[in-house]
Design a protein around this ligand. Structure first.
Ligand SMILES: Cc1cc2nc3c(=O)[nH]c(=O)nc-3n(C[C@H](O)[C@H](O)[C@H](O)COP(=O)(O)OP(=O)(O)OC[C@H]3O[C@@H](n4cnc5c(N)ncnc54)[C@H](O)[C@@H]3O)c2cc1C
Length: 109
């Protein structure tokens, strides 16, 4: 997310979800350490986990692979996260996430 969690927060907001992060993001100081999901962070098992701009390293998967539905957005079609995703979108998070937020908002109103 290059330090800009705005699009993630807006999507979480419209879905009534919570924001987590990879260790790369917490180590970079983009978000607090308590938000880290993974082997050395929190284990989560939500109905829906949206992985946005996260490679899907084994240590990240350890904390989220039991989510009921996994949606991955990554600009690299070969990112490991696509191996466990139920739905995958190859694209830029800064384009895909705002479109998803907008569409969900429209359908809810
Ligand atoms: C002992 C140990 C414990 C660890 N514990 C954890 C842990 O608990 N949790 C954890 O997450 N990691 C953990 N790690 C680190 C883990 O190995 C990875 O380094 C880390 O998960 C990488 O985070 P990342 O995928 O966000 O970053 P990166 O590896 O930098 O990957 C970024 C990804 O985002 C994609 N991307 C970049 N920009 C965009 C864009 N604009 N649009 C779409 N896609 C984009 C890239 O294609 C890439 O796949 C641990 C490592 C070790 C050794």
């Amino acid at each position: 997310m290059d330090g800009d969690f705005g699009p993630v927060e807006e999507l979480a907001d419209v879905l009534g979800g919570a924001v987590g992060a990879s260790r790369a993001a917490t180590d970079a100081g983009w978000i607090e350490h308590s938000a880290q999901v993974g082997q050395t962070g929190k284990t989560v098992s939500p109905q829906l986990y949206i992985s946005a701009g996260i490679s899907g390293a084994i240590q990240q998967k350890a904390g989220m692979q039991t989510a009921k539905v996994i949606v991955a957005v990554n600009k690299d079609a070969d990112a490991p996260v696509f191996e466990i995703a139920d739905f995958g979108i190859v694209g830029d998070v800064f384009s895909v996430l705002p479109q998803a937020t907008e569409e969900i908002r429209k359908r809810r109103s």
